[in-house]
Structures are given as structure tokens and as C-alpha cells.
Design a protein around this ligand. Sequence first.
Ligand SMILES: [Zn+2]
Length: 234
Amino acid sequence: MHALFQAAALHAFPNPERIGCPGRTILEEIAGLPWPSQHPAYEHVKTCSPCLREMLELRAARVRASKKAIQRRVLWLAGLAAALLLCALGLFLLRGRKPSFEELARAAVAHGSGNLSADPFIAVVDYQALNVERGHQPAASGEVMLARSTRGIWILLGPASSSGQYVIELRNPKLGNVSAQYAGTASKPAKSAADFPVILRANVDLSRVPSGRYILAWDRTGSPDWDYEAVRVK
Ligand SMILES: [Zn+2]
């Protein structure tokens, strides 16, 4: 309906008795149509000021409601995007962050079998379980598999073991000669309980150690009592 005609129609057809008016349900139907003139009851509405007014108000209310729905959807999507961004940021920070010695030590002890987070180059040899490693299956023989990419060996010592400087060696099991030697440090996390293991850590480089079986031997510097474990460099 032309705007001018509509403005006139709003006053031109007073119908105080509401004679022939279709009622609110029909008016809502008409208000919901993209082309109200297609509705059979529109013939009445366009010549009844109160019906026309009511129908126009219903239309306006619908427009407001759909605008609000769109706003809500936009807000919801913005919230979702923000949440996803936070998740991504969190993951990024977690990946970028190296766990502390305390965290790794607790994880090692809790798992009893390595499966340590973060650094893929840390292999953990559990002194109790003896076949513990991150990311690699122990061999059927119970040997600890040391991948060539291993850059760190952790050995969980008993809680009463001495802290301090250690020597770690890879020895040929037949000849007994030392194939590689590394310096290690044993300590407990600062806030650990008395029965928490002492953890011997050494940075190692196995890139030039030939594949095969070895004896992993470790000893506190200056002590004659070596400990041994069978390992396989892969
Ligand atoms: Zn009417």
C-alpha cells in the first residue's frame, strides 16, 4: 500500500464497532506475509482503520523481534569466536611452554611408566618399572628402547639416593667397553615429599651411537657402586 494512502487509511475508516473485523489471529497471519495484499482478509483490513493500525503494529513488532534475534545470533557467534580464539591461544601457550622439572617429575612418578608430556626427546627410565619410556614401546625382553632422537634420559632413583653429580655410561654388553658417557645431575623437586624419588637427569646425544643392545650404567661421581639396566638403542 502506498505510504500516503496508508496514512490516510489509518484515519479514513473508523470502525468503532469493529464490524466485520477478522480478529487478531488473522491480523497476525497477514502481518507475517511478505505481501499482505495476497491475504483474502486484506480487502477488509485496508478499509478498516483499527484493523490496519493493529496489523501495522504487529508487523513492526515482528521486525523488531527478528532484528533482536539477529543481534542475539551475532552476539552468540562473536562469543563462540572469542571462546575458540581463547582455546587456540591456550593450546598455543601450552605447546610453547616447557613443563617445569617439578611437573615432569610428578608426571613421571604418577604414571610410573613415563608417558611424560611436552618434550618428545625426554626418555624416562623408571628405576622401579625398568621399562619406561616416552613415546616408544619397551622391547619384549624388558629392555628400555632408546630412540636415536633421545636427548635426555631420566632415571627415577630411590628416595634415599644421593643427590649430586653422576656419570651415565652406555656400555657394550659383551666387551664391557664404554660407547658413550654423559654427565648427569640427581635431585628432588624442591617441594616433594620425603618418599619422592630422586631423579637423575642427563642430556644425551645418541645420534652417533650404533644401534644395538647396551648396558646403561650410572653412578654417583666418586662412588664405586654402579647400577645397571639393559637398553636398546634403535
Ligand atoms: Zn476491521
